[in-house]
Design a binder for this molecule. Structure first.
Ligand code: BGC
Length: 470
């Protein structure tokens, strides 16, 4: 029941969710700063990330926690506007640089590898004002930013993720009009974002590959958000296949498939949808052959976050659609949850451990025998230190990961728990808790205390097995 020798366990956070210190020194404003301070904020309780876990000041405690767990690596993200206050690369913040240097060096001193995400939702507001992810030029702005990060920290950081969850960025911002900058543009904005976010990833990957790889020997990919979708009945099988191509495939096929470009099933579905909406041509921006080549193959591993699953079913008159702003709705389908799946304390996350193994098999079937890195997995519970539900979640999902490795011979090399500590859970503010460590938000120091799950995870890492006491 043990993981292969050399298998790595980590935990993750993201800059806006933990750092706080939103306006120290010369830090620029991010879209989350801007939105959470504005009159249009729909964040629960009008919470903001102004202080969050105050990791900007508590970084030593964060490293200590990572060491207490025995993590092999700690995944965190860099705040683009903290490092480049103007968004563009002509001005680097000394303060931002110093903060990330302290964090990286502190981790390495304890033998913990840093795994860095360049972008985890906090775009500089200055670039949003110029169109953000719908402006084709963002691919170059992002590549310039990536070059700065690689040149400052590449000597010590060997695992990189360019963008966290393109699907969440494009869909929650433009399709649902929900996450900042909350621009409701489901017909156009979401599709422009699809293309330019992929171009941005690809250009950043190529910057590393061409300018840094020979010197630093690191690996670069991105963190996909995967929602495992199964047919509700036998007659929904085709729908489930298309839905997987429209979600996982939309952001993976261009990068990881042999032919590159959009998945054909997605092209067809969007073509039909565009016609139905009375548009003159498909809203999916085409890739030129040159762009297909530029994006194709821009990976050193496949990184993904997985939390939950859905059933898909053709829409009938009496079906209630809990998730109307999704690709499934565009396909004339609804998403459901199976009654037997377990519940968490957030409405979107149900517990279905087999999903992670099935998802890994789907990936291997579609993209081949790659190195697979699980960049996030975890569950929300209410507050309190006795989080038996979270322990069970980790135990069951880890058991499935091990089956995928041993029985299905899939090369999974890393598993990352989300999250090291409770943090600002985006539109849910501080009401939702994902941490191995509980954070006391009423304490000005934001005291962190290990939960039962932290003890369990430390034992997992120590014994290299999921079947351990907590
Ligand atoms: C995101 C995290 C988030 C987590 C739980 C992931 O989609 O990368 O930032 O906190 O899910 O919702």
């Amino acid at each position: 029941l043990t993981f292969p020798p050399g298998f790595k366990f980590g935990a993750a956070t993201a800059a806006y969710q933990v750092e706080g210190a939103w306006n120290v020194s010369d830090k620029g404003e991010s879209i989350w700063d801007h939105y959470s301070h504005g009159p249009r904020s729909m964040i629960l309780n009008h919470d903001t990330g102004d202080v969050a876990c105050d990791s900007y000041n508590n970084w030593e405690r964060d490293i200590e926690m990572a060491a207490e767990l025995g993590l092999h690596y700690y995944r965190f993200s860099i705040s683009w506007p903290r490092l480049l206050p103007k968004g563009f690369d002509y001005k680097i913040s000394e303060d931002g640089k110093a903060y990330y240097n302290k964090l990286i060096d502190g981790l390495l001193q304890k033998g913990i590898e840093p795994m860095i995400t360049l972008y985890h939702f906090d775009l500089p507001q200055s670039l949003q004002d110029l169109g953000g992810w719908t402006n084709p030029l963002i691919a170059d702005w992002f590549a310039d930013y990536a070059r700065v990060v690689f040149s400052l920290f590449g000597d010590r950081v060997k695992m990189w993720l360019t963008i966290n969850e393109p699907i969440v960025i494009c869909d929650m911002t433009y399709k649902a009009g929900y996450n900042p900058p909350a621009i409701y543009s489901p017909y156009f904005g979401a599709y422009l974002c699809n293309k330019y976010i992929l171009m941005a990833h690809a250009k950043a990957w190529r910057v590393y590959d061409e300018e840094f790889k020979a010197k630093y020997h690191g690996k670069v990919s991105l963190a996909q958000h995967l929602l495992w979708i199964e047919p509700a009945t036998d007659s929904d099988k085709d729908l489930a296949d298309i839905a997987m191509q429209a979600s996982a495939g939309r952001y993976s096929h261009p990068i990881f498939s042999e032919e590159g470009g959009w998945p054909p099933a997605l092209e067809k579905a969007v073509e039909e949808l565009s016609k139905k909406r009375g548009l003159l041509k498909s809203v999916l921006p085409p890739f030129t052959q040159e762009e297909i080549e530029l994006v194709k193959g821009t990976h050193d591993f496949y990184g993904f976050n997985l939390y939950t699953s859905r059933l898909i079913k053709a829409k009938t008159e009496d079906t209630v659609d809990r998730w109307p702003q999704t690709d499934a709705a565009d396909l004339g389908a609804v998403l459901l949850e199976a009654n037997e799946w377990g519940k968490s304390s957030v409405n979107w996350l149900s517990v279905h451990p087999e999903a992670i193994r099935r998802q890994l098999n789907w990936l291997k079937k579609n993209y081949g025998d790659l190195e697979y890195v699980i960049t996030e997995n975890g569950m929300a519970t209410s507050s309190g230190l006795q989080d038996e539900d979270r322990v069970n979640y980790y135990k069951k999902y880890l058991a499935q990961v091990l089956l995928a490795i041993k029985e299905d011979v899939i090369n999974v090399t890393h598993y990352t728990a989300w999250s090291l500590m409770d943090n600002f859970e985006w539109m849910y503010g501080y009401s939702v808790r994902f941490g191995l460590y509980e954070v006391d938000y009423s304490d000005p120091q934001r005291k962190r205390t290990p939960r039962q799950s932290a003890k369990y995870y430390a034992n997992v890492i120590k014994s290299n097995s999921f079947d351990v006491p907590s």
